[in-house]
Design a protein around this ligand. Sequence first.
Ligand SMILES: C[S@@+](CC[C@H](N)C(=O)[O-])C[C@H]1O[C@@H](n2cnc3c(N)ncnc32)[C@H](O)[C@@H]1O
Length: 217
Amino acid sequence: MFYPFEMERYLETLLGERDPLLREMEEQALQETIPVVTPAVGNFLSLLAAMNKAQSVLEIGTAIGYSTIWLARGVEKSGGHVTTIDMNKDRLSRARGYFQRAGLLEKITALEGDARKILPSLTSGYDFVFIDAAKGEYLDYLKLIDGLIIPGGILVVDNVLFRGWVVPDSNFAPKYERMVGGLRKFLQELCANPDYVTSVLPFGDGVSVSRKAEKGR
Ligand SMILES: C[S@@+](CC[C@H](N)C(=O)[O-])C[C@H]1O[C@@H](n2cnc3c(N)ncnc32)[C@H](O)[C@@H]1O
């Protein structure tokens, strides 16, 4: 493992007490093995969105809405809105329940369906995009969001180091070969893309942060 579990736990202690709703969601996710961002990554998303005073956030991969709530809280003060997409009907309906309990129902639009079909139908410019859905589809999402994210906008992608296996010469089961290969290609393309300045952070499961270039720069 590239990043010790103890380190993530330690970062979590530095966050202090999270509210009971987020705690409940963390427990649910753990019990049902729903892969949600770690609390440290959730806090980072919230901070980054707040720092950028994001107005229009797009999330691909809602699950039960844990990262969505971190994002929505980050942009609450600046009056931002979060649009989130998931193809799993049951998870999305549970996410809506959590949004309501968090008092964020009006700040979040939850769209049900395959992101690869929904993204081409979106028109508005997003200033913050968070990708956290099927790892094998990251390159597809990247192509589809490019026209949606405004110049100067922020793109954050989770799981880009996938348990550290994306690092060359890592040992992992053959069944993960395609996923790891896809993530390596994704990172290569993203980091080499002259329209984005990217930094990869080795915490959580690996998080990339990119800023789309302003026009004419
Ligand atoms: C890792 S979970 C998202 C976790 C969430 N971002 C969080 O941290 O709380 C990934 C989600 O992406 C959804 N998903 C996978 N492929 C998708 C696709 N093509 N379109 C929409 N949703 C997709 C799955 O149903 C799953 O709920």
